[in-house]
Design a protein around this ligand. Sequence first.
Ligand code: NAI
Length: 333
Amino acid sequence: MRIAFFDTKPYDIPGFEQFAAVTDLELKFFETKLNADTVSLAAGYDAVCVFVNDTVNEEVVNRLHELGVKAIALRCAGFNNVDIKAAAGKLRVFRVPAYSPYAVAEHAMALLLTITRRTHKAYLRTRNFDFSLNGFAGFDLHGKTVGLIGTGKIGRIFGDICKGFGMKILAYDKFPNPNAGLEYVELDELFAKSDIISLHCPLTEETHHLINAESIKLMKPTVTIINTSRGGLINTYDLIQGLKQKKVGAACLDVYEEEGDFFYEDFSGHIVRDDKLVRLISMPNVLVTSHQAFLTEEALSNIAETTVDNLKRFFNGDPNPTTEVRYEDVAHI
Ligand code: NAI
């Protein structure tokens, strides 16, 4: 079976080659992203393997179907970039529901610690033998309230990490988990009482721009917002206004709503033509990472193992029901 990988980076390849070596899967790695312009590259392949910024909309789904592609293997957990409704009855869709929720939760804490204690700036200062401390006063995390939006795998682990720091946890989830040992509150209460708000829900029509001018208005002055989930959860313009008005004290962003044009590529020699992204990066109280929360050795290995297993089982006529994304299962989200 021939599999076309899109948006492949050097760090993806060794794991996939290792796990595919003992199968009859033949892998072709394309650097380009999958979208309407590149979909013809999938001709002659039985499945495509895609990542977070490939665009698998209705047009691409239909074209893949015409080309005889039978499956889409997402090598990530989120599936907001695939039109699952359009794929129903045409292509089977698989994902990696959990590869290392620890990787993402730990990255969220790394961002929070960095922005509160300015270690990213201290590193640069001491490298220049500047040992002054002006502007570095942070705040204790101990005793602060963190609001978790989404209490699935990652949200709960991030909550556990925060508990270790002596923080109080408030939680909101569309489907609260009574066994999570969390104090669930309504969204407005979470906005009003949290010193730190961390987003761990999927991007859906309902959660699109969950953080906007209205919700920011409800938040505590100097709230810190962490987004390691999906960029579209935040209305970036409104976040920038909140930061400029000093209503939002800090933002830690591993994802950005227009990231597809920039993230994972080197633009250091270019003029970046996205004014909102540039504005965010220019702010001293904003930390942007390039959708890297997943990037640990453990996660890469688990992603490759599960994706190869998803493809192998599908082509052997034994698709894994726990990793398949079926329209009837996700239509309500
Ligand atoms: P999960 O499926 O275990 O948990 C998601 C939670 O969100 C569930 O408890 C669900 O009930 C809740 N939810 C669904 N709709 C909601 C709504 N409208 N409002 C509030 N909560 C809602 O997913 P997991 O593994 O914890 O991942 C969370 C998100 O993290 C993913 O959707 C993905 O977008 C993102 N992610 C980001 C990565 C990165 O590298 N930055 C890597 C992996 C995931």
